[in-house]
Design a protein around this ligand. Structure first.
Ligand code: ADP
Ligand code: MG
Length: 396
């Protein structure tokens, strides 16, 4: 899917509507992690430096078409102004009279942030009327919200059909990194998959089996595979009704010559506050649950990762939020970081785990889009990207 580069666009004096993903974690009205705001800075700074009149639009949380005062974007405007070192104007509506007045009064290089686009009931329906009103604010459109590219909403798809549309620099970087995984991975290509559930990620595993040399499975997801192999997983989180699906994936992998490595030892406890101990994966006592991969598994996975030239990681190896069950995830993060492989980490909790370990700088690409990166790796067409490609085709 070909798009055009924002660098080719003449933006001076033009009003540019930029869809950004400022959906940052907030606690009691304060931003706890501004990664997503910082990730959008290159695009915003490029536009400012080239004399555009920048109109930013984002969602925050799930207000479901109603105005929710705790989901207003004022704290985000303040943090953005701090990071940019310039004034960020704010509109108290999305496409209403205040947004129109503010957009119309912008001078070259000014930055305006509209109110939370999900306050508009039409946003999640990709309502044509809302798309038209968004398009009326601007002369062209940039989508830098990779994290929302798997949604067909007014601000990601509808408006892209009405204005000349370009991907932002973050969008480009995300697509390039993920495309490199799927189209031309240096071999061996190793996928590390974990997290809570298999059912969230069956499509990802199926698609990856055709691309990778090995899949290392940890986290709650591994329990379902262990169970499918006839191992008693006792009180562990496992999707027992997915046993047949897990078995089918093991067979598919075998037929393709792809290694699926499962935990050989595990860290268990009666509950998350219980005393942890390590046992062989087949020796789980009743009333105990698996909360992390064990040291022998870490060693085994580590060897495979060390030999890899491409790594994709999604999903923690255990309940890493709890220190007694974080060792597996920490060790795998360090193994990926020191592998020298082209490495991509995606998924909200996986990225948090890598940040917790402090090895972000040694990962080739950290995806800002959880659901979007998974859908991309599943081989699905993301509506936001398709809309950009369609716009590019129209301009040619
Ligand atoms: P991501 O956000 O990176 O895609 P997921 O949301 O799929 O990852 O999974 C992360 C969650 O899985 C974490 O909250 C973690 O505690 C949980 N988890 C991992 N291993 C286990 C396990 N063995 N039992 C229960 N929960 C687990
Ligand atoms: Mg998650």
């Amino acid at each position: 899917m070909a798009t055009r580069s924002l660098r080719e666009a003449d933006v001076r004096g033009r009003r540019v509507l930029v869809r950004v993903d400022f959906n940052v974690p907030m606690v009691a009205g304060r931003i706890v992690d501004d990664t997503r705001i910082r990730a959008a800075l290159p695009t915003i700074e490029h536009l400012v430096d080239h004399g555009a009149r920048v109109i930013l639009v984002s969602h925050l949380g799930r207000p479901k078409g109603y105005v929710a005062d705790d989901l207003r974007l004022a704290p985000i405007a303040a943090q953005l102004a701090h990071l940019l070192g310039r004034v960020v104007q704010q509109a108290s509506d999305v496409v209403g009279p205040r947004a129109h007045a503010a957009a119309g009064a912008l001078r070259n290089g000014d930055v305006l942030l509209l109110e939370n686009v999900r306050f508009e009931p039409g946003e999640e329906q990709n309502d044509p009327e809302l798309s038209r009103r968004l398009a009326d604010l601007a002369d062209c459109y940039v989508n830098d919200a990779f994290g929302a590219a798997h949604r067909a909403h007014s601000s990601t798809v509808g408006v892209a059909e009405l204005l000349p549309a370009y991907p932002g620099f973050l969008m480009d970087a995300e697509v390039q990194a993920l495309q490199r995984l799927l189209q031309s991975p240096a071999k061996p290509f190793v996928a590390i998959l974990g997290g809570a559930k298999v059912s969230d990620k069956i499509g990802v595993i199926e698609h990856l089996i055709a691309k990778v040399d090995a899949i290392l499975v940890g986290g709650g997801m591994a329990n379902t595979f262990l169970f499918a192999q006839g191992i008693d997983v006792a009180a562990s989180l496992a999707e027992r009704d997915r046993s047949a699906g897990a078995q089918a994936l093991l067979h598919q992998a075998e037929a393709k010559g792809v290694t699926i490595a499962l935990p050989i030892d595990v860290v268990i406890a009666t509950d998350l506050d219980g005393e942890p101990s390590t046992v062989a994966a087949g020796d789980l006592p009743q009333g105990h649950a698996i909360f992390d991969i064990g040291p022998k598994t870490v060693e085994n996975f580590g060897k495979i990762i060390a030999a890899a030239r491409t790594v994709f990681w999604n999903g923690p190896m255990g309940v890493f939020e709890r220190p007694p069950f974080a060792a597996g995830t920490t060790a795998i993060a360090m193994a990926v970081a020191s592998s020298g492989a082209f490495s991509v980490v995606g998924g909200g909790d996986s990225v948090a785990a890598v940040e917790q370990v402090g090895c972000v700088d040694q990962i080739s690409h950290i995806s800002t889009g959880g659901g979007a990166s998974l859908e991309f790796v599943e081989g699905r067409t993301l509506p936001g990207l398709a809309a950009l490609a369609a716009s590019a085709a129209k301009q040619r």
